[in-house]
Design a protein around this ligand. Structure first.
Ligand SMILES: [Zn+2]
Length: 156
């Protein structure tokens, strides 16, 4: 499942949490999705409005991504940043993505983080409380209430 030709040391997780969320095997807040890309509201909010942008197809890192997926992801990342801006009006929005255990990748399914900054700046990389799906559903509702038009990632 984590086959890669790269030198990266990939975390193992069976089954993949993100694949379980996308299939509905485990509940999670899916903000929107297309055939190529999905946006999740993470239960570990490390900023104000913290979303995950990921390919629907399972593979561990950016190195295995295909061109059409990369294009869909950057379009969706820009939309997610605009949606966070519209909903929360933070003075900063951070985007980050980790490849390999040494880069602090925990789930072996490529994902980008997008988060509005906290009061005082930055995002929280310490332990954060794990929200319930009801709580992340409410974050999704707030974001979708003001999100810009989007024809590539459709609400579930
Ligand atoms: Zn997966």
């Amino acid at each position: 499942m984590n086959d890669t030709d790269s030198g990266l040391d990939i975390p193992t997780q069976e089954p993949c949490a993100f694949c379980d969320y996308l299939s509905g095997a485990r509940p999670y807040t899916i903000l929107c999705r297309s055939d190529l890309v999905a946006v999740l509201v993470t239960r570990e909010q490390r900023g104000i409005g913290h979303l995950l942008v990921l390919p629907v197809r399972h593979y561990p890192t950016l190195l295995e991504s295909e061109s059409d997926e990369r294009h869909a992801m950057i379009d969706t990342l820009a939309w997610a940043a605009s949606a966070i801006d519209a909903a929360f009006e933070r003075p900063g929005i951070a985007v980050w993505q980790n490849n390999g255990i040494a880069a602090h990748q925990a789930i072996p399914h490529l994902h980008f983080h997008v988060a509005g900054t906290l009061p005082g700046g930055g995002t929280n990389f310490d332990n954060v409380p794990e929200l319930t799906v009801d709580q992340t559903d409410r974050i999704a509702a707030k974001i979708m209430a003001t999100s810009p038009e989007n024809d590539f990632c459709n609400p579930d």
